[in-house]
Design a protein around this ligand. Structure first.
Ligand code: GDP
Ligand code: ZN
Length: 357
């Protein structure tokens, strides 16, 4: 049975827990959410739990509902009964995206991730712009970023690739790894210390699953798979979305993390392009778009060579994509609303029909 420390509990949690003053509750960490039922790891083992009515009713949005990685306070169910999540402890970090359906609603995909591996593959040249974009997403979460260049056995000079990535990685360390051959993935081992929670983010096909498998090995087959019942009562197997590694550390692998791409990076952009923000302080207009406005300090910096032209380009490009995504998101939300309307109409018709009989 993992101790609380192995699950990521620390002194700050202890202090928060004491302030909560709830001797009847036990702490636990959410490892899986499935149809609003949560699997929660506690010191006494894993339990199934539901959110208390109070949490569900008070939740002004989905971001206030429990999510994978959350620390929660549980009241334990009597034998056979599900436990109840009474409260959610403060999230240190969180990854979120706009929930489908309502364009303003935020959905938290994973909470309390300490380190995020931004994974790319060296079967293609290093893409500095892609690294910048993923760093922007990650910095918003509050987690520490580590850039991982996988498939490094495919290039002659992995060191050069690392150096190139490092020019845009800022404070994030860069590692070249391979799940197939030397040097392996050992360089990432240092981030998977006991109690530390790691998540992986990156384009598909770069080797995220392979890296997770290398870390979990047979572990995940033995303990990662759990049986659940779907809405129709069928037995399905589901992977735990937060897995404790036997050798220490925890790995988050939720489907939502995989889909998390450029959603909602307004603030992240600021962090990733803080140099441009700083320059912007010198613009003539406070709401300068750094593109067409007169007296723009950013454009002046490009002209003088103080700001690299390709960095400026990627800034504009990211901003453009952001705007396109906002539009796409709104279009999707509208579509979802329409679909729901249709479903409701159909249900209504069916009801009227059956009453008429
Ligand atoms: P994901 O989509 O990011 O989860 O990527 P996968 O883990 O599914 O890997 C995609 C493909 O890349 C698979 O065919 C893997 O076998 C392959 N792959 C993973 N790691 C390496 C590596 O280090 N070197 C090479 N050459 N291929 C790899
Ligand atoms: Zn400007």
């Amino acid at each position: 049975m993992p101790s609380l420390a192995n699950l990521g509990w620390d002194a700050a949690r202890t202090a928060e827990w004491e302030a909560l003053g709830a001797p009847d509750l036990v702490p636990g960490r959410v490892s899986l959410e499935h149809n609003h039922v949560y699997r929660v790891m506690t010191e006494a083992g894993e339990v199934l739990a539901e959110a208390a009515g109070r949490i569900k009713h008070l939740a002004s949005g989905r971001r206030e509902l429990p999510t994978v990685g959350d620390w929660v306070a549980l009241s334990q169910g009597n034998d056979g009964q599900r436990s109840t999540i009474r409260s959610i402890l403060k999230r240190e970090t969180w990854f979120s995206r706009k929930a489908a359906g309502r364009s303003t609603e935020e959905q938290v995909i994973a909470a309390n991730v300490d380190v995020v591996f931004l994974v790319f593959a060296l079967d293609k040249p290093v893409n500095a712009r892609a690294i910048e974009r993923y760093l922007a997403v990650a910095s918003r979460s509050g987690a520490r970023s580590v850039v991982v260049l996988n498939k490094c056995e495919l290039v002659d000079d992995a060191g050069a690739a690392v150096a190139e990535a490092a020019t845009v990685a800022g404070a994030a360390p860069v590692h070249a790894v391979s799940t197939r051959s030397e040097p392996g993935v050992g360089a990432l081992e240092a981030y998977l210390m006991t109690g530390r929670t790691v998540a992986l983010l990156g384009p598909s096909g770069v080797g995220k699953s392979s890296i997770v498998n290398r870390f979990l090995g047979a572990d995940v087959l033995d303990t990662g798979e759990v049986r659940e019942w779907d809405q129709r009562g069928r037995h399905t197997s589901v992977h735990r979305q937060l897995v404790v590694r036997a050798a220490g550390g925890l790995i988050v692998d939720t489907p939502g993390m995989r889909e998390l791409q450029m959603w909602d990076t307004d603030e992240g952009m600021g962090d990733a392009f803080s140099d441009i923000d700083d320059l912007g302080a010198g613009c003539k207009f406070r709401d300068c778009d750094h593109n067409r406005e007169p007296g723009c300090a950013v454009k002046a910096a490009v002209a003088s060579g103080a700001l690299a032209a390709d960095r400026y380009d990627s800034y504009l490009k990211l901003r453009h994509e952001q705007a396109a995504l906002d539009t796409l998101r709104d279009a999707r939300a509208l579509l979802d609303q329409k679909r729901q309307g249709k479903v409701q109409q159909r249900a209504l018709k069916a009801m009227q029909k059956s009453r008429g009989r």
